[in-house]
Design a protein around this ligand. Sequence first.
Ligand code: NSS
Length: 437
Amino acid sequence: MSNEQACFTPIEEVLSSNCVGKEVSVRGWVYRARTSGAMLFLVIRDSTDIIQATVKKDRVSEQAWKNAEACTRIESAVTVKGVVAKDDRATGGFELQATDFTAIHAADVFPIAKDNSEEWLLDIRHLSIRSRELTAVMKVKATVLAACREFFEKKGYWETTPPIIASGACEGGSTTFNFDYFGKKAILSQSAQLYLEALIFSLEKVYAITPSFRAEKSRTLRHLAEYWHVEGEEAHMNFEQLIAFEEEMISFICQKTAKERPKELELLGRNPEEMLAIAPPFPRMAYAKAIEILKQKGMPVEFGDDLGADEEKILTAEYKKPILLTHFPAKIKAFYMKRDPTDENLVLGADILAPEGYGEIIGSSQREEDNELLISRLRADGSDPAAFAWYLDLRKYGSVPHSGFGMGIERLVRWICKLDHIRDAIPFPRVINRVYP
Ligand code: NSS
């Protein structure tokens, strides 16, 4: 840290420590401003918190008063030196009684006011991203990502960097972004899975955190065209071990987030205790049972239907913990999932659905390790096995049972932060009608 930086106290520290009576300097942006004659009330925001600064004309130099008067537009960048006082009327319970004030930049009129439409706020996301709520979400997300890495590390996994420019679809061709790659067809990766599968033969336990792309043509509360995907793949791991890993990982992430980000969770309306309570085992439900329950609740579903947001909402609404949905019909799942040895029509696949109606956060399975079976399934799906030649090679040279999963980080963050829409779990959302800013 440079000397200059060291002179400023983070607002969080001013609020939480025994700074009362001491002179400190803070640096940030004007969050709210009110004038009352020879007195200015400026709430200052930095990355850590907000504090009210009071500037009295007769307590500061003429220049400092002028500087403060020039910064009454919100988002002006300022530094304030002052004495910390306890004041129960001020936000946070403390105020900073200014002794000096400098203007780093006096802002133009900020285009955000109360009651702006959602679409307008998205149009100016580069500015609305400064909100306290979105700041809290981004901090939670950073903690979630750090927790993922910590968990994988603890389990002996290697972080790897699979390609984003890919040659073929992992999850079916209907949602790929296609482009011309020096005269050849290429896509933006939907999933790193197939490449991670190649890496287990040397590293055994691998993971990657990459952007994944889905050309989702519908507007929903849980689909992004670009999202961050945490994927793991492990050699010799069977279906039960996969499920145990996922339960432990989600619990670890939720608990670490609750411990490290309680203030942010509370600001977002999530009681951290609810996240601390997430622990294995998670309730389990076979797909067939889920169909039965949905039918009982009057939903028009049949065995063999894919479950959408509405169905997942009904299935999870009453749970506090994520639930495991397992043993799907093979025909609604991807070609690479291993069949259930007790029923060839089902797969050893597990989706994890977040509780409270938030829906799917993980898709996972044990993988089919037999080359002939994979080829016949690709054909049955109408795919050309030749397009998967390199992937099929993996089943020819030391093929072993293995399993893996993919978790959508924004889906997880949406649940943890109780967000209405997934777009607020990513700073610059990409959805069907939006690629700006
Ligand atoms: O399509 S998935 O269910 N599965 C896969 O891509 C596997 N190939 C992953 C693997 O086993 N390595 O997607 C996995 C997760 C899913 O559960 C969601 O949490 C998330 O990826 N996902 C999305 N998040 C946001 N927006 C969109 N469009 C989206 N699609 C999937």
